[in-house]
Write a protein that binds this ligand. Structure first.
Ligand code: GTP
Ligand code: MG
Length: 199
């Protein structure tokens, strides 16, 4: 798929205020700092469409971007960000779960995980939550540039074996690096195929 246009539409914390357009929508979720916003920029060939930062907790709202005027990418805040208070965390979790449970246009969630890390409890729990709510998801391994090919292969194999403790079938997964621009074509093709199947 060729990206002809990618535009910011709106940021907010209420699912009721998200765009009303009935267009297929793909959300990026995962722990703070995993690389959600960077990946959106890489996918769309834009340097700073989504705001990124070395410090976790950069994205605080639900951000809609319209791509080629016919589908949405959604950048979400990260979960598991320790520097906010418990109360803030609750409020925040509520608007995220509201988004996932109420947003009818949502076609698929991409759960981003750092390829360097052991499967994290919070990610496994979030995937479980998506499953319970019948929300389709795929996994995106991020920051592949940080590992040697052999380490990457080992980590992915390990991740898969852990996933098979929770799931009968492995979800679709992608290996990406925003800095080395790995995985762009695969992800855009995947989204394109889903968009076509919805027509
Ligand atoms: P929050 O909005 O805080 O939840 O974070 P996020 O998941 O949106 O992460 P963001 O895209 O802001 O990236 C976090 C940090 O990781 C930044 O310093 C990025 O430059 C870095 N980063 C993101 N993707 C990659 C990647 O593929 N490779 C490398 N080496 N660094 C990356
Ligand atoms: Mg972000």
């Amino acid at each position: 798929m060729h990206i002809k246009s990618a535009e910011f539409v709106i940021s907010n914390s209420e699912v009721a205020k998200c765009p009303k357009d009935i267009l297929p929508e793909y959300a990026f979720i995962g722990r703070s700092n995993v690389g959600k916003s960077s990946l959106i920029n890489m996918l769309t060939n834009r340097k700073s469409l989504a705001k990124t930062s070395g410090r976790p907790g950069k994205t605080q709202l639900i951000n809609h971007f319209i791509i080629n005027k016919n589908w949405f990418l959604v950048d979400l805040p990260g979960y598991g960000y320790a520097r906010v208070s418990k109360k803030e965390k609750k409020v925040f979790q509520k608007f995220i779960t509201n988004y996932f449970e109420k947003r009818k246009q949502l076609v698929l969630a991409f759960v981003l995980v750092d390829c360097r890390l052991e499967p994290q409890k919070i990610d496994r729990e979030f995937m479980y939550y998506l499953g319970e709510n019948s929300i389709p998801f795929s996994i995106i391994f991020t920051k592949a540039d940080k590992l040697k090919p052999s380490e990457l292969e080992e980590n992915i194999a390990h991740y898969k074996s852990v996933l098979l403790e929770d799931w009968e079938e492995l979800p679709q997964y992608f290996i990406t690096s925003s800095s080395k621009r790995i995985g762009q074509k695969e992800l855009l093709n995947y989204i394109n195929e889903i968009n076509k199947s919805l027509k």
